[in-house]
Ligand binder design. Structure first.
Ligand code: NAD
Length: 485
């Protein structure tokens, strides 16, 4: 069992209290590492270090910032196997996905940020007449606090840190206390890649250090990926001295199947996109409301059921086993929450079409895994979109099918949610595809595909799914300059 440390001012440092938080392997329910339970004193130290480092990093040549970001990409690539295993142990995302899916994405992300470092600071000249010369400068904010969730720790660490650093800010990342080991190890690996204080990583709970960081007067901007409740808490903590926020929050995304769709492609994608296999549906863009035109509803239900029975697609098992395709729920609290929605659905009138089992009943002959937080892929059908299981983010491998008759009804049902993160549309009609992309209230709409995300496209939400994106443009601000000639 290893104890991890914070990275502050370029060095690994013991935290101010003696207390640690247990990291639990969700495959077994057993403690495998301990991470710091930092306090406000540690948060203040990290902010001081980041503030001291800002002047030098802000004025570093963009090419130097780019070189250091590229070095970070190389370090991640060289240590990919170790980082993938730590991420897997931390939050139950299966090893085949963290190794072959996540690590290449991280490497590309840091490399993309490096490329943007050399062009992202460009302002523009503005014609204001012959007697003045006007232009804009793009400037970094200063110290950025990046607050990350447990479902994709290294991805959220990277997307916040890489773009904020590329723009010339200094950064403090606070990983989720539920799954922090991979982030603390990445911090250690990157310690020499940046000048001291430019990148800091500290671990602790929201009440202990989250509030201290976001409300610190020297933190210029906050980027949260997390829940709506935490977003409200941050908005309250910063209300006295408003500061810019990027909020990447939850979703309850609709995946809409029209009768003219290629049903093979649609159901194949939904069996993974809605019931995301690798991390068991714990993904913000999960298409967990499957809206299906009534004429093909039963057909789609049958196809989905068959695909979900395919053990090769949803092979539950120890997350470090390369044959495993679907992992457990990351924490006991989240497991209890998912289980409570599975129990709630029939009482609200939903019909169980597939799955519903959880915990030790899935591994009767495996004492090693009986303490894990397992939930099998679960599919319900419901007549109404107003059920709680259709309105609230479950964040697990649970989806609900709801029928509709007309295109107008599909739009109304899809938009009938407080969230607006993503939507999928399956149709062979080009005109309908364009009508739907215009009418759906979501930050991301995918037609005949799902979860097509990448650093080439902006990624953000609308409504209660948040605002802003982790991108170089949002980590710098424009200053107007006018010179009277
Ligand atoms: P969470 O809101 O509970 O925690 C997120 C982070 O906020 C953690 O590091 C936590 O310690 C910290 N925090 C908690 N209270 C705080 C406070 N008062 N001040 C400052 N920080 C505080 O979220 P979670 O349960 O870790 O993650 C799951 C949620 O994240 C889901 O709602 C999911 O949809 C969302 N998510 C969104 C995206 C996206 O890009 N839109 C991506 C991944 C996850």
């Amino acid at each position: 069992m290893k104890d991890y440390q914070n990275l502050i001012g370029g060095c690994l440092q013991p935290h101010a209290s003696d207390e640690f938080l247990d990291s639990i392997d969700p495959s077994t329910g057993l403690v495998w590492a301990r991470v710091p339970k930092s306090t406000e004193e540690d948060a203040n130290k990290a902010v001081d270090a980041a503030k001291r480092a800002f002047a030098g990093w802000k004025t570093a040549l963009p090419a130097e910032r780019a070189a250091r970001l590229r070095q970070a990409a190389s370090i991640i690539s060289a240590n990919g196997a170790e980082l993938a295993a730590l991420e897997t142990k931390g939050n139950g995302w299966v090893i085949r996905e963290t190794t072959y899916g996540m690590i290449p994405v991280l490497v590309k992300l840091w490399e993309d940020a490096a490329s943007e470092a050399t062009v992202g600071g460009r302002g523009q000249t503005v014609p204001t007449g012959p007697s003045s010369f006007s232009y804009t400068l793009r400037e970094p904010y200063g110290v950025i606090a990046g607050i990350a969730p447990w479902n994709a720790p290294l991805f959220t660490f990277s997307i916040k840190a890489a773009y904020a650093l590329a723009a010339g800010n200094t950064v403090i990342i606070k990983p989720s206390e539920m799954a922090a080991a991979s982030s603390l190890r990445l911090a250690e690996l990157l310690a020499d890649a940046f000048p001291p204080g430019v990148l800091n990583v500290i671990c602790g709970t929201g009440p202990d250090i989250g509030t201290a960081l976001v409300s610190h007067p020297d933190v210029a901007k906050v980027s949260l990926t997390g829940s709506g409740g935490t977003a409200s808490a941050i908005a309250q903590a910063t209300a006295g001295k408003p500061k810019p926020l990027i909020l990447e929050l939850g979703g309850k995304s609709a995946n809409i199947v029209f009768e003219d769709a290629d049903l093979d492609r649609a159901t194949e994608s939904m069996a993974t996109a809605s019931i995301f296999t690798g991390n068991a549906g714990q993904i913000c863009v999960g298409g967990s409301r499957i809206l299906v035109q009534r004429k093909v509803f039963d057909d789609v239900a049958d196809r989905l059921r068959k695909r979900m029975q395919d053990l090769a697609l949803h092979r539950l098992g120890h997350t470090l086993d390369p044959r495993t395709t679907m992992g457990p729920i990351a924490t006991k609290a989240q497991f209890d929450k998912v289980r409570s929605y599975i129990d709630l659905a029939p009482t609200e009138g939903a019909t169980l079409l597939f799955g519903g089992r959880s915990g030790a009943e899935l591994f009767p002959g495996s004492p090693d895994l009986s303490g894990g937080y397992w939930v099998e892929p679960t599919l319900f059908a419901a007549d109404s979109n107003r059920l709680r299981v259709c309105q609230e983010e479950i964040f697990g491998p649970v989806a609900v099918m709801i029928p509709f008759d007309t295109e107008e009804e599909a739009v109304r049902l899809a938009n009938d949610t407080e969230f607006g993160l993503a939507a999928g549309v399956w149709t062979s009609c080009l005109s309908r595809a364009h009508r739907m992309t215009a009418l759906l209230e979501a930050g991301n709409v995918w037609v005949n595909t799902y979860a097509r995300v990448g650093s080439d496209l902006p990624f953000g939400g609308v409504k209660n799914s948040g605002f802003g994106t982790d991108s170089i443009g949002e980590y710098s601000r424009e200053k107007s300059c006018v010179i009277e000639l």
